[in-house]
Design a protein around this ligand. Structure first.
Ligand code: PEP
Ligand code: MN
Length: 277
């Protein structure tokens, strides 16, 4: 494990220090601010995405998340709006001055996703999709690399190296829970991993308490724990009307709770000498 991490550190000429990554001229991740990336699991309509974008804007948030190409376990489940979803994300984000993060599901989607998104998400199921890692490694776009739900920390860091060795060092690592023996929760949230990868890699670390827990009422407690463990940002699923969500309805936080959610997380951020953006 150490060899992997030392190599990353060496290649970036950094030691035991998170490299701050610039997402916009006035927005860095890995510094004092804890960055909130909020939005629906899937982009379902303009109205739905617009409602979320407006709420983020009101909170002073900067990043809108939403899936257009969805990696669904079942081929019978909603697969996302595809290109239409990207268009909706971009137009809502532009209206409110937000950045877009969305998943590139395959190499073939990358040019299109690059055109519409500011941050490329590599999903948990794709953490070791090497051609996709190489392809994003050839770009200079910020990449959020989710931990595979059955991957070790070392495999995760090596996957990040598949990107960085191609030249793209604009990487954020995202802990989103791993599969354990107990299925009471959707996944097991590995808060230790957050603290550990912050020690052992120079990349900012984001936590996804939504997929980690799979349950709306556990998302906030997990988000607080993540920030207390040193996470540089959060990726959280919100929906204007969770019961109607076309994917991950059980873990969506209603928009009506966004303000409380932000202020609760901000309290923890403040205790850590940081602030929530
Ligand atoms: C998502 O963030 O929408 C998603 C599909 O997450 P994961 O890849 O972690 O399952
Ligand atoms: Mn989801």
């Amino acid at each position: 494990m150490t060899i992997t991490n030392e190599r990353i550190l060496k290649s970036l000429n950094q030691l035991n220090q998170t490299q701050s990554l610039q997402l916009a001229p006035d927005l860095n991740v890995g510094g004092e601010q804890v960055i909130m990336m909020a939005g629906p699991c899937s982009v379902e309509s303009y109205e739905q995405t617009h409602a979320v974008g407006a709420a983020i804007y009101q909170m002073g948030g900067r990043v809108l998340r939403g899936g257009a190409f969805k990696p669904r376990t079942s081929p019978h489940a909603f697969q996302g709006l595809g290109t239409k979803g990207l268009e909706i994300l971009r137009s809502v984000a532009d209206e409110f001055g937000l950045l877009v993060i969305t998943e590139a599901l395959g190499v073939e989607h990358l040019p299109e996703v690059m055109e519409y998104a500011d941050i490329i998400q590599i999903g948990s199921r794709n953490m070791q999709h090497f051609p996709l890692l190489w392809a994003v490694g050839e770009t200079d776009k910020p990449v959020l690399l989710k931990r595979g739900f059955m991957s070790t920390i070392d495999e995760w860091l090596l996957a990040a190296e598949h990107i960085s060795t191609r030249g793209n060092h604009n990487i954020m690592l995202c802990e989103r829970g791993i599969r354990g023996f107990d299925d009471t929760t959707r996944n097991v949230f590995d808060t230790t991993a957050i603290a550990l990868v912050k020690q052992r890699s120079p990349f900012p670390v984001i936590a996804d308490p939504s997929h980690a827990t799979g349950q709306t009422d556990l998302v906030l407690p997990a988000a607080r724990a993540a920030v207390a463990a040193g996470a540089d940002g959060l990726l959280v699923e919100f929906h204007p009307n969770p019961i109607e969500a076309l994917s991950d309805a059980e873990q969506a936080v209603p928009l009506s709770e966004m303000q409380d959610f932000y202020s609760e997380v901000d309290r923890i951020a403040a205790a850590m000498g940081r602030s929530l953006t």
